[in-house]
Design a protein around this ligand. Structure first.
Ligand code: AMP
Length: 480
């Protein structure tokens, strides 16, 4: 199960949370298109609406009106290649003796099966095979014996892997980020309340203000009356494992994640791409939309160096075609790339062209594009990529294809260049990424580009000591 999703939680002073939650989900739509859902609490009971499809399709007229209450959480779920699975749509909601719970999860646990088996032996019945339900049951069990903060802490002691969660226990909304901060989560202030969400662009959409990122291992509890929040640093961690691919591909360019504006990071990566492997050509074309910021940084750095390279939009994207990446067969993926992108002949014909994309995974997009550009009269097609070669699968929540599908899984850059029929091909180095994110390699999750993971995954290598930190003692309240 690869859950690459968007989460949100909102507490307001005196108005229903459903509509702001709905707008936030719109802002997070890029993080998941398979299903969308909202769960609210009106002080007496939960209200839930979860449907398959895009946000605009999942909620019909009247659906929001029935979601009463000034506290709530929401979720958009990313589809897995070839699977449409209604039972995994979220938020997951359930009522226990210990109260009602709603959970929205972005990430992927590496020990969900183990915990699920243990809980099943204790009599817990599961309705899905998703890891979110495992978290819900574990938390519900802990809530029978502990207060909310200690119960969350105990659950954090058991679950390993990546998780950014928004949780609703009765009418209290909380946000939790895993001890290594793999997936993003931030907190923002609205005129009449607070919001926890995967990306700051959702806070902007609500005319709110980003306060800060939720720290790795931190729990934030919003006051149900919308007047404030408490925070608890539940786990201290020596290394983070932020996913660099959020900045490279997944997140919106207008979001700020772990203190860096994604757009500026991509532009800087583009500049570094020129510095590391710039190639003279007549024109630089972004692969829309993901390559755009990289290409503008690359062209700017080239021009600063005195190059006559021109930045142009040479590929038109049909924005009504869905994500080609997740189509189940190679044939359909190839057809979809052609449906999605069409060259603008005048910017290409007779020219030496460099195309810039954020990543190559299976190689479908670049192979198709190079052919298209050559058919449109390009004299030369150079390819520059704003990330290192993707050599291994992601277990932490990004659907990255299986190892044998990855074009760089067992091939050198030269072999890949030959296969996609580019005139030249270069990728960005890992160091350029760490430097741009102003962090060290040790604080990033680089599993997909090194094959070494910051988590203990069966059959894979780890790049660090994955002994769990001691989580005992009293919860510490952070000072804001
Ligand atoms: P591919 O065509 O398989 O080489 O995939 C690379 C293209 O898909 C690039 O244009 C990326 O922007 C995009 N991409 C990369 N990773 C993902 C992902 N996990 N899900 C969806 N699209 C992706």
């Amino acid at each position: 199960m690869h859950e690459k999703c968007g989460v949100v939680g909102i507490s307001l002073e005196d108005r229903d949370a459903a509509r702001p939650l709905y707008y936030s989900l719109y802002a997070l739509q890029h993080r998941g298109q398979e299903s969308a859902g909202i769960v609210t609490h009106d002080g007496f009971q939960q209200h839930s609406h979860v449907e398959m499809g895009l946000v605009g399709d999942a909620f019909g007229p009247g659906d929001l009106e029935s979601l009463n209450g000034s506290n709530g959480i929401g979720h958009v779920r990313y589809p897995t290649a070839g699977s449409v699975n209604a039972c995994c749509a979220q938020p997951f909601s359930v009522s226990f003796k210990s109260g009602s719970l709603g959970l929205s999860h972005n990430g992927n646990l590496v020990n969900a099966d183990e915990i699920g088996d243990e809980l099943a032996d204790l009599g817990h019945a599961f309705t899905s095979d998703g890891d979110t339900e495992v978290i819900a049951h574990d938390l519900a069990r802990n809530l029978l014996e502990e207060d909310l903060v200690r119960a969350v802490k105990r659950t954090m002691e058991r679950i390993h892997g990546s998780y950014s969660l928004t949780i609703m226990h009765d009418e209290t909304v909380l946000g939790v980020r895993d001890p290594q901060g793999n997936r993003p989560l931030c907190i923002g202030k609205l005129d009449d309340g607070y919001v926890l969400t995967s990306e700051s662009a959702a806070i902007d959409t609500l005319d709110g203000e980003l306060i800060r990122d939720v720290a790795p291992g931190e729990l934030v509890v919003l006051h149900p009356d919308g007047t404030g929040y408490d925070t608890y640093q539940l786990v201290e961690q020596t290394n983070t494992a932020h996913c660099f691919f959020e900045h490279v591909y997944f997140a919106r360019p207008d979001s700020t994640i772990d203190d860096s504006l994604v757009y500026e990071v991509r532009r800087e990566l583009g500049r570094k791409l020129w510095e590391e492997s710039g190639v003279e050509s007549d024109v630089v074309l972004p692969v829309p939309d993901s390559g755009r910021a990289f290409a503008s940084g690359y062209a700017e750095a080239a021009q600063d160096d005195g190059s006559d390279i021109e930045f142009a939009e040479g590929l038109m994207k049909n924005r009504y075609v869905g994500r080609t990446f997740i189509m189940p067969t190679q044939d359909e993926r190839e057809r979809a790339v052609r449906l999605k992108l069409n060259p603008i002949k005048s910017t290409i014909e007779g020219k030496k062209v460099t195309i810039i994309d954020d990543s190559i995974v299976r190689g479908t997009t670049s192979t198709q594009l190079i052919q298209l550009l050559k058919d449109a009269g390009a004299e030369e097609v150079n390819v520059r990529i704003g990330a290192p070669p993707i050599v291994a699968p992601c277990y932490m929540g990004i659907d990255m294809a299986s190892r044998d599908e990855l074009i760089a899984g067992d091939q050198s850059v030269e072999e890949i260049r030959d296969e996609i029929e580019a005139d030249s091909l270069s990728y960005l180095s890992i160091d350029a990424i760490a430097e741009t994110l102003e962090t060290s390699r040790a604080d990033l999750c680089l599993g997909c580009v090194t094959g070494e993971y910051p988590y203990d995954i069966e059959g894979e290598e780890t790049d660090r000591d994955v002994t769990r930190p001691e989580i005992g003692g009293e919860p510490t309240v952070a000072d804001d």
